[in-house]
Design a protein around this ligand. Structure first.
Ligand code: ADP
Ligand code: NA
Length: 337
């Protein structure tokens, strides 16, 4: 049977992805390319659910796409595109929105959290219907329903409820209008690592970090990068030991080390037994610099060659459009358009 489809999206909401994005999500995108028929999307429609600057958004969409290509997403083996270049995303979202209960959407905990943070006057209807757009992002790339047809979505814990809604909407559509969508399956990628802030090791590394010293950007230059790792908060004691509760700082650094060097915390403990934090951090800094340098350099090269990047993204949009427009053709017909 055909390779399973996989869909995943990421928002272009920062000037660079960070090491948490990479080790927690994006590296798995690269790994899935050969086993899956992969559709990867820079979801710029989602980025305007909050107030934004147009020039900055355009820039960030390009930088995001360039970074994904630089880390190894390959337009020959998967389909990488920018969401706004495939208008069917918005069209299907309208149809699915008309199948979504107001109360049902209102139960989304992410909306409740985000809107509470922003206040009523800054909260848009777009933010409210964001999960419906996400459902449409996924379901547009449904394979034809039938034996063995699979649609997979790698999800973090925070997106589980949205994926559940996606399944509900697919089922509802199928029931009302005929079998159209394969119900997507979510899974947490086995190799995904949760990375925490270098300065506050009990909170996750995030672009909304309280200090830039806590976050490692993929585009960071080697000098500052080394400094950041050397200045990462470690814990009392000197032992390189994996202990989430007692040693969150060292444990986080060990996770980064293990993920990038293809080793295990046990092997790292054995290697640094008796040698303290200093040498461990120095080696880790070298490993991080080695891992990120090619990504940074390829990103810069892609951004310098605008025509080449445009061409690569146009190719992705064209392939995504072929699938999305086929799905919408069926949807439009079944809905009565
Ligand atoms: P941020 O928290 O910086 O806003 P996003 O929420 O945009 O990042 O996350 C994009 C993707 O990266 C998601 O799949 C998310 O699970 C993953 N991710 C973000 N931060 C981390 C982290 N610190 N460790 C592991 N994965 C992360
Ligand atoms: Na593939």
């Amino acid at each position: 049977s055909a390779a399973p489809r996989v869909f995943s999206g990421i928002q272009p909401t920062a000037d660079s992805f960070h090491l948490g994005n990479y080790l927690g999500a994006l590296r798995q995108w690269v790994a899935l390319q050969d086993s899956h028929d992969a559709f990867y999307c820079v979801v710029d429609l989602h980025a305007i659910t909050v107030e934004h600057d147009p020039a900055l958004l355009r820039h960030r969409s390009r930088v995001s796409a360039a970074q994904l290509l630089a880390m190894g997403i390959d337009q020959e083996r998967s389909t990488l595109f920018v969401q706004s270049q495939v208008p069917e995303h918005a069209e299907l979202a309208w149809v699915l929105g008309c199948l979504t209960g107001f109360g049902e959407a209102g139960r989304m905990t992410q909306f409740k959290d985000k809107s509470a943070k922003q206040g009523t006057s800054a909260t848009t209807v777009g933010l409210f219907t964001y999960p419906v757009l996400m459902a449409s992002d996924i379901l547009l790339y449904t394979p034809e329903p039938g034996a063995g047809a699979r649609l997979e979505v790698p999800v973090g814990e925070d997106q589980r409820q949205h994926l559940e809604l996606t399944r509900t909407l697919a089922q509802r559509f199928n029931h009302r209008f005929g079998d159209t969508f394969v119900l997507p399956d979510g899974y947490i990628p086995k190799t995904a690592a949760k990375i925490t802030d270098l300065q506050e090791p009990t909170v996750k590394m995030s672009k909304s970090a309280s200090s830039p010293q806590g976050i490692v950007d993929l585009l960071e230059e080697p000098g500052p990068l080394r400094k950041k790792i050397m200045r990462a908060v470690t814990d009392t004691g000197t032992e390189v030991r994996y202990d989430e509760a007692e040693k969150p700082g060292v444990t986080n650094l060990m996770r980064i080390f293990a993920a990038l060097d293809g080793t295990t915390p046990d092997a790292i403990e054995a290697r640094y037994a008796g040698s303290g934090y200093g040498q461990f951090k120095k080696d880790l800094a070298a490993i991080v610099v080695d891992a990120l340098t090619p990504i940074r350099e390829r990103t810069q090269a892609l951004l310098a060659d605008e025509d080449e990047l445009d061409k690569l993204l146009a190719r992705g949009a064209e392939r995504a459009s072929a699938v999305a427009s086929r799905t919408m053709e069926i949807v439009r017909d079944r809905v009565g358009f």
